[in-house]
Design a protein around this ligand. Structure first.
Ligand SMILES: [Zn+2]
Length: 484
């Protein structure tokens, strides 16, 4: 295991000073870091992405170079090696005071096309699935509301109908009320027409519609909105006056996650984080198509094309926790996604009984958010069998650790309330061309006890390197999601 130095991002929407979990967690693990009372601390990044790459704390070597070198030492038969090998994910902790932009991420195919035509705004070829685990009450908008709710809001708020076009809106209401399947292309194309129309409205008209919406709300109109959604709309109208995104809570699901709840969405889903603190896992990509609530580049054409227009119950985005039967201190959050999985590790009582972590056949990053512990690592031998020689180290809140594949780790002595998060993926690199063999992907991590170091993975890497040793994964570097 290697302790990492990581990056903190001071985007304007972050919580300020010591109110930000990002700031205090980062300071706990980086003693030279000083928390400024008035600075916003939005995101702590734990990954190899060039916009905020982790380094090995003891040597200051880039983690991506360390990974490339550790693979090369196992591949003695091939000197044709990359300088960097990237992890397919970034794990983050986020502290959100103010809504992030309304946005969508492209599919891999869309990302390739967008990158070809506009490499400045779409800096890589990768998709960017996202998972958010609530550390505190965490609110977001995610996916179009169920059809009946969109109809209720179109009826209750004339301003929404005008914004989306009266004819478009009536056609949408008509087809939904005729009993058509909301998943049919007919329904989706009518929703798409409504959505596209609002984006084409001139700014002064949008401002008038926002005034009208706020007036309806103050007269008591609610449609299917809860009072907490009404509060979100009012806050947005203060933070982003006259912005078309203020209407988004009328047609998107407003989700309020309680600590421990987790949601996931892949490409093509319109979303915006609103408030709270979370552990986020994202694909290692910079491709974001923004719709509203941002001074950054907005790309209406790409946006209209990228969305899936699925009207969905909010529960469909939740990812259940699954307790690992072999490791009861671990809850696994495994969305339908190869880019990442998340383990929450919790030990509630002070104990001296060793508590092993699952041995994963892939690299992972772990962050300790509560407590202290002594960790043992059993050193593997050449055949992958443990030699029985332990490396022992103290870990505490704020520590971020890189764990190479196949490592056997255990907490041997813990303080009360130890809590840590560990993100991993069986992919190597964000491009999905190098992956673990199917047999690895199909089995559950909890059952993976094979001591064989991933030879199949190494062979796949070697084949890939023979094809292309340029190692260029990120051609343009730019800031993700933040607006300064
Ligand atoms: Zn996003």
């Amino acid at each position: 295991m290697q302790r990492l130095d990581c990056h903190v991002k001071e985007y304007a929407w972050g919580k300020k000073g010591e109110e930000s979990e990002v700031a205090t967690l980062f300071a706990a693990g980086h003693p030279e870091f000083f928390v400024e009372r008035t600075n916003p601390y939005a995101e702590l990044w734990m990954g190899t992405h060039p916009d905020g790459p982790a380094r090995i704390a003891s040597t200051k070597q880039l983690l991506s170079s360390f990974i490339a070198k550790s693979y090369s030492s196992q591949m003695l038969f091939n000197n044709n090696l990359r300088k960097d090998i990237h992890l397919p994910f970034i794990m983050k902790v986020m502290s959100i005071a103010k809504t992030l932009s309304l946005q969508v991420h492209p599919t891999k195919e869309q990302a390739e096309r967008l990158h070809e035509s506009d490499p400045v705004h779409y800096p890589d070829r990768h998709h960017k699935p996202e998972l958010a685990y609530a550390l505190t009450q965490f609110e977001l908008l995610c996916g179009f509301r169920p059809a009946r709710e969109i109809v209720a809001n179109l009826r209750a708020f004339p301003a929404l109908k005008y914004l989306m076009g009266v004819q478009n809106s009536e056609k949408l209401i008509e087809i939904i009320e005729s009993g058509a399947d909301p998943r049919s292309n007919k329904c989706k194309s009518r929703l798409a027409a409504c959505f596209a129309y609002q984006l084409a409205q001139p700014k002064d008209r949008v401002e008038d519609f926002v005034d009208e919406l706020l007036a309806s709300i103050s007269r008591g109109a609610r449609g299917c909105l809860t009072e907490s959604t009404v509060s979100v709309i009012k806050k947005m109208s203060v933070d982003f006056p006259g912005d078309v995104g203020i209407f988004a809570p009328l047609y998107l699901n407003h989700m309020v996650l309680q600590p421990g709840q987790c949601c996931y969405y892949a490409s093509q889903e319109l979303h915006a984080y609103l408030s709270g603190e979370c552990v986020e896992c994202v694909g290692c990509s910079n491709n974001t198509i923004r719709a509203a609530l941002t001074p950054k580049f907005i790309d209406h054409d790409a946006l209209i094309e990228a969305l899936n227009y699925q009207m969905t119950e909010p529960e469909d985005y939740l990812v259940p926790a699954q307790r690992l039967p072999t490791h009861p201190i671990v809850d696994e959050y495994a969305p339908d996604c190869k880019d990442f999985q998340l383990h929450r590790i919790r030990i509630e009582t002070c104990t001296q009984t060793p508590a092993p972590l699952p041995q994963l056949e892939c690299a992972s990053i772990m962050v300790v958010v509560k407590g202290t512990a002594i960790m043992d690592e059993m050193q593997p031998g050449a055949s992958g069998e443990a030699l029985g020689k332990n490396e022992r180290r103290m870990v505490r809140r704020g520590d971020i650790i890189y764990i190479a594949a196949d490592r056997r780790l255990a907490f041997v002595h813990c303080s009360e309330d130890l809590e840590a998060y560990r993100t991993f993926s069986y992919e190597i690199g964000p491009d999905h061309e190098i992956a673990a063999p199917d047999s690895i992907l199909l089995s559950s991590p909890s059952q993976k006890i094979s001591p064989v170091p991933s030879k199949a993975i190494l062979t796949t890497i070697e084949k890939k390197l023979d094809r292309n040793d340029s190692g260029i994964v990120f051609e343009v570097e730019s800031e993700i999601d933040g607006f300064c």
